[in-house]
Ligand binder design. Structure first.
Ligand SMILES: Nc1nc2c(c(=O)[nH]1)N[C@H]1C(S)=C(S)[C@@H](COP(=O)(O)O)O[C@H]1N2
Ligand SMILES: [Mo]
Length: 251
């Protein structure tokens, strides 16, 4: 479902994190930094970045900007939930609404591992990331999704970020409720204790600090809230290699 009047932001998602930039600026961490704390970027990396985006030689893979996650938070905060206090709400059009504890996600529900790439719409990508968690379909089966569902919506406990998948997308075997990535528990900066990982789509679909999964039957609410970046004009269907990717995007 498309936003009714798509207006493409002037810059891709990561360049509009004004709030977060302001926070970084206040902390003196550097306005152009997209990483946190000790991992702040060097000036060199900022200069090299445009090169890596248009590189046909593949040599830029050896440059330090490549192959590494940038840490993003549109709110400018790093929300936190301990394992003990974490709950994942599953509700909406399901027979058994639930508030899952971390043990449900890590142990009770069927576990799936996959090794797949992560690609941000601005051009950076990390190959062969190891992921572990519960395939969304398995979680929806556990909650007893009812007939007539059209979409699944996701909320972050950052209080702002939302995402949406169509039911067909949500039932793919490569859409994961992830509690491990990069060989260990999903860290706070990567959206832990539990984040979404939508393997075939750009990174903005992979919502961090997952708080709530709601099965919906469609309608007006989705037109007004298709997702955080989608509200700003980004494609609701964010297939990698398709949709509104710009490889000339400033990052
Ligand atoms: N809650 C939340 N989830 C988010 C974002 C965000 O700012 N807030 N950024 C998205 C974007 S654009 C990308 S590319 C990935 C980045 O994941 P990382 O911060 O673990 O590298 O998270 C996605 N999920
Ligand atoms: Mo992104």
């Amino acid at each position: 479902m498309e936003p009714s009047t798509p207006v493409l932001p002037e810059f891709p998602p990561e360049d509009r994190r004004v709030g977060r930039r302001a926070v970084l600026g206040m902390l003196g961490l550097g306005a152009a930094g997209v990483l946190w704390g000790a991992k702040a970027q060097s000036g060199l990396e900022r200069v090299l970045r445009p090169l890596t985006l248009n590189d046909s030689t593949g040599l830029s893979a050896f440059l330090p900007t490549s192959g590494r996650f940038r840490i993003y938070s549109v709110t400018g905060t790093m929300p936190s939930r301990t394992d003990a206090e974490y709950r994942l709400t599953v509700d909406g059009h399901v027979e058994r609404p639930a508030r899952l504890a971390i043990a449900d996600v890590r142990e009770r529900l069927p576990q799936t591992e996959m090794t797949k790439d992560f690609q941000c719409v601005t051009g950076w990508r990390v190959d062969d990331v190891e992921w572990k968690g519960v395939v969304l379909k398995d979680l929806l089966d556990d909650a007893g999704m009812m007939p007539g569902a059209s979409h699944v919506r996701f909320w972050s406990f950052d209080g702002v970020y939302t995402e949406t998948l169509t039911l067909e997308q949500a039932l793919r075997p490569d859409v994961l409720i992830a509690h491990e990535m990069l060989g260990g528990p999903v860290t706070q900066e990567h959206g832990g204790p539990v984040r979404l990982y939508v393997a075939p789509m750009y990174g903005y679909k992979s919502l961090k600090w997952l708080d709530r999964i709601e099965v919906v039957t469609g309608g007006l609410q989705l037109d007004s809230d298709p997702g955080y970046w989608e509200r700003l004009g980004y494609d609701v269907d964010a297939w990698v290699g398709d949709s509104n990717y710009r490889d000339d995007a400033p990052t």
